[in-house]
Design a protein. Sequence first.
Length: 359
Amino acid sequence: MSYDLLMQVALVQLALVLLMLTGLLMARIARSVFTSVYDREVEVGEDTIARWLAGELCDENARARLAKVGDDAFAAIVGAYAGRVEGGRWEDIVGMLRTTPWFSRVRSHAGSRFWWRRLDAARALSLVALESDLEHAKALLRDPHHGVRLAAIRILRRVPEPDLLRELFTASIEASPVLRRYIFDVLQVHDRAVVDTVLSTLGGTAGPRATCVALEYVTETADPIYMDEVLQLTSVRSAEIRAAAVRAASEFPHGRSTQALMLRLDDECSVVRRNVCESLGRIASVAATGGLEGRLADVDREVRLAAGVALRRIGVPGVRVLREQLQRDDEASDQSLVRYILGLEPDAIDQIGPTVRGL
């Protein structure tokens, strides 16, 4: 390779390095400028709303100032105020925000072909939506993009349309765990709208999956209206449903719940027996002491652990049973496990939660 050719290669490499460094420098400058503009817009927007709330600016002047704020900054301002202001004052702000060019733009994005614009629309509507936005909410709730659907679910916190809430509960049956979590958070705020749907699912023939999802929802709400249906499900044929039902029964610390749970202490399924022990421990019924003592000899070690922790939660009568186990000299007594349970710190006992919700 000749000297001239080597020089040309070196110069090309140097030019590429300089070009890359120039690009990085320009990107940093652009980022700095954008951040500076964004910060100024946020400052102007927050100052405008604060002065409008104080009566220092009329609606027209406030809108004129807010029109100069970019969409990203505007979204940040709305989110910040939504977290700081509640009740009537927030609704006053919503009324003014909905008359700004920002709201017109962002609502139109609900029908955009770009998912990130639809996401912006869903997030905005979750904070400032009214009943007139229900059609947009329906479209966003059925959006093909997972993130858009997640954001759209929160629109129903502001606009609790009963039919959509019931549709949302039905959708939770096939939803992913993350999406179901979002759905339950919204449904609990407006539980009255879905009571009949949940009761129908619990008492119908929807299948194990639907029934277990309904039981999971009941566990979250702990509404006594569901207790009768839950207790009936503790003795059905499906072990999957029984396991979920005995778990949900712990949310109803009632004598009937204790009786129904104690009937399942000898269940053929070890998962059900374990959940029963955990639920009796959460209820902390002294009447369950004898039944839990019998589970200390269960063939499944996790059931024995759950029974022992439940006895600790019951208090003095339960601890007495555990200490009596240490005096026994037979193979059925798992004394190492009993010593472990007796040695647990009180805070640890409180933190040991249900390990299994279903099969």
